[in-house]
Each structure stands twice: as structure tokens, then as C-alpha cells.
Design a protein around this ligand. Structure first.
Ligand SMILES: Cc1ncc(COP(=O)(O)O)c(C=O)c1O
Length: 394
């Protein structure tokens, strides 16, 4: 990890995080000693006696394979209980179902486009209103608070401009006002940031990204800080039925075993890519929390164990951004991030296409902005490829 506050990272209980990420994930099968949890490909479970029902009775309500994943993410995040969903958006929308008609939410302004769409076009229609604010400024959060505010939703680093919010400060402020706090930890993963330890109530993930790590599973996870919230979220997960299938639960656990090694390798390259980009004349701005000039760097270092593998940069115009996308040969040009292969995204037309252009521009997501999710390829190849693409776009 980049700054050695807690390296290799630990989550405060017993073994080092590096050990737990390998040995907690899926564990071994208690009955046979098999090296991974079996895939219980069953939708229902026999009741040998009606008076004494089995531990699992129907897979929507619970399944041993999914349970192993849910226990694992709860452990890694340091929470009370974990839940696995069919996508990151399923995890996020289920968590928002804790709210009711008439409630108000305060949300980080440059949140993932799908979360923006959920809040504005779906929850808005159901009478849940949202105010988007620059969550890096506590005064703005306080100014947005209303008598009916019930929850705060954060992304830090935010997507795609990598702004940093002070998690403990917001959690403390929210607790004082009785607000539920939710945080999307997709970019950091529990390897680099554990928001529950900083006072957050619910952590959500698009596990499709770094946790899965191989661009082959769509999944979402949520972890709650206490049993009371766990009980409520379990009720919603079962009631809404947006659970993760058992094959995908198993694949996700398989991917998670190498999470720390992948994060360390990708972050090493991301840091160098960010520094290299600051020296390119055709790049007007680089966004990466590890850069000395990043305004949130000190806060990020206090609350995280690394800077992550996402680097955003502005090439000045939509036309140049398109040329770069046309000329790169190494990364996938795609929606998504956090995989073994590098992925170059164009937020204006991909992750943030759901955001109206004027709002997108207000939030600093310009037409020339590109987001590089650094994979495990050789750094020299990543830089060489991007250099020729930037030259072609001049
Ligand atoms: C930060 C963040 N949160 C949530 C999501 C939604 O996750 P999914 O695509 O798995 O539904 C994404 C997807 O790109 C994301 O980047």
C-alpha cells in the first residue's frame, strides 16, 4: 500500500487483512474439507419435519453458498451482517427501500450515474426527494438538511472526479441529527477503506468491479453496522427478491481471494500513471487522490490505506476524448472498472449518461474527461499505448 499507516492492512480483529481475505473468503467445506464452499444449486430444501424446519428453506430467503459470501463481506468490512444482490444497483436500491414516502436524502453530487438515476427518476416518483451537494463541505451538507431528511449517501473517492469526503466528520454530524449514513465503497474495497469503522451505517458495493475483479460477474453487496439494520435489510432483500444467484456468489468469492494482491498491483501502476499524466501537455487536469496537489489527499490518507486504481484526466474537449478512445489499443473501451484488464471509460456517454449535460458540467464531469481503471498489465505498455493515443488526439 502507498502510505504505511497500516500495512499490510488489518481490520482490527485477529489476523491480518491479507490473511483473512484469502482464508475467510469461502473457507473450507466443513463436511468434506473441500477447498471451497460447495455451490448449493438448489432453490428449495426438504423439511424432514414441519416442527423442525431446516436452517435454509428457500433460496431467495437464504442459501449456504450465498451466505458464505455474505459472511465474508461482513467480516472484511467489519460489519454485523452482509447481503448479496444481483447487481450493485440492486444493493443500492434495496438499501434505499429503508426510506419512506415523504423522506428526504442528501447525496454526494458527483455520484455514480445509476445512483443519480435511481434517486431522481425512480425514488423521486415515489415521494423520496434528494438534494445533491458537494459532500466535501460539511457546511453544504448542513445547509441541505431539512426536518424530513432521513439519510445521507456518500461516494468517496467520488465517481469520476475522485473528490474526497471526510467520512468520520459526516458520520458524526449525521449521528447528531439522527440520519442514516450510506457509503458506496466500490472504488476502495475493504482492502483500502472500511467506512463502518469510521461510523457509517451501511456500506454498499458494485461487486461487479474490484471485488469480482475479472469483468465476468454482475453483483452487489451491502454490509450493515448493527443487527437492527441487518434485520431490516434482510426483510427487504427477501421481500424484494433481488438476491445474487449461487453460481455468481461462488465466482465472486473466487475473485475476492486475490483482491488484495490485485489492488496492490493496480494501485502501484495507477500512482505512476497519474504522475505521468501530469507531465503530458495534452492533458489539462489529472484527478487522483495520491497526487500531492489533490485537495482531499490529507483527509483520504487519514481514512484509507491507499489511493486506489482509478485515475481520471481531462484532455480538453469531447473531440479529443473521442480520438483518444479511438486510438488506444490496450484497455477495453467500456463501461465498468476494477478488473484485471485496464478499462478506459468516457463518463459523459457511459457511467454518467443518465445525468443531464448541464448538471454533469456543473459537477465537473466535462466532455473531455476520461476515466482510466488501471489493470494488471505491464505499466510500460499502459503508458506507451496511452502516449500514442494522446499524440494522435492532438
Ligand atoms: C461506484 C459505483 N456504484 C454502483 C455501481 C452500480 O453497480 P452495478 O453496475 O453492479 O449495478 C457502479 C457501476 O458502474 C459504480 O461504478
Amino acid at each position: 500500500m502507498i502510505h504505511p499507516k497500516e500495512s499490510p492492512c488489518t481490520a482490527g480483529t485477529g489476523r491480518k487483512f491479507a490473511t483473512r481475505v484469502v482464508r475467510t473468503v469461502s473457507g473450507t467445506d466443513a463436511r468434506t474439507g473441500a477447498s471451497s464452499v460447495p455451490i448449493y444449486q438448489a432453490s428449495t430444501f426438504h423439511h424432514a419435519s414441519l416442527e423442525n424446519p431446516p436452517e435454509y428453506d428457500y433460496t431467495r430467503s437464504g442459501n449456504p453458498t450465498r451466505q458464505a459470501l455474505e459472511d465474508t463481506i461482513a467480516q472484511l468490512e467489519g460489519g454485523a451482517r452482509g447481503f448479496a444482490f444481483s447487481s450493485g444497483m440492486a444493493a443500492i436500491s434495496t438499501a434505499f427501500m429503508l426510506l419512506s414516502n415523504g423522506d428526504h436524502v442528501i447525496c454526494s453530487e458527483d455520484v455514480y450515474g445509476g445512483t443519480y438515476r435511481l434517486l431522481t427518476t425512480i425514488l423521486g416518483r415515489m415521494g423520496i426527494e434528494t438534494t445533491f451537494v458537494d459532500a466535501t463541505d460539511l457546511d453544504r451538507l448542513e445547509a441541505a438538511r431539512r426536518p424530513n431528511t432521513r439519510a445521507v449517501f456518500l461516494e468517496t473517492p467520488s465517481n469520476p472526479t475522485l473528490k474526497i469526503t471526510d467520512i468520520s466528520a459526516v458520520a458524526e454530524w449525521a449521528r447528531k441529527h439522527g440520519l442514516l449514513t450510506m457509503l458506496d465503497n466500490t472504488f476502495m474495497t475493504p482492502c483500502l477503506q472500511r467506512p463502518i469503522e469510521l461510523g457509517i451505517d451501511i456500506v454498499v458495493h458494485s461487486a461487479t468491479k474490484f471485488l469480482g475483479g475479472h469483468s465476468d460477474v454482475l453483483a452487489g453487496l451491502a454490509v450493515v453496522s448493527n443487527e437492527r439494520l441487518g434485520h431490516k435489510l434482510k426483510h427487504l432483500q427477501n421481500g424484494l427478491g433481488s438476491v445474487l444467484g449461487v453460481q455468481d456468489s461462488w465466482l465472486l468469492m473466487r475473485g475476492m481471494k486475490t483482491l488484495l494482491a490485485r489492488m496492490e498491483c493496480a494501485e502501484r501502476s495507477a500512482r505512476q500513471l497519474a504522475e505521468w499524466l501530469t507531465r503530458q501537455r495534452s492533458v489539462s487536469r489529472v484527478y487522483y487522490p495520491g497526487l500531492p496537489e489533490h485537495p482531499g489527499r490529507a483527509i483520504h490518507e487519514r481514512q484509507s490505506q491507499g489511493y486506489g486504481a482509478i485515475v481520471s484526466f481531462d484532455v480538453g474537449s469531447g473531440e479529443r476524448a473521442r480520438k483518444v478512445l479511438e486510438h488506444v489499443t490496450l484497455p477495453l473501451v467500456a463501461v465498468s472498472l476494477g478488473a484485471v484488464e485496464s478499462i478506459l471509460s468516457y463518463p459523459a456517454m457511459m457511467s454518467h449518461a443518465a445525468m443531464p449535460r448541464e448538471i454533469r458540467l456543473q459537477r465537473g464531469i466535462g466532455d473531455g474527461l476520461l476515466r482510466y481503471s488501471v489493470g494488471l498489465e505491464a505499466l510500460e505498455d499502459i503508458l506507451g499505448d496511452l502516449e500514442q493515443a494522446l499524440q494522435a488526439a492532438r
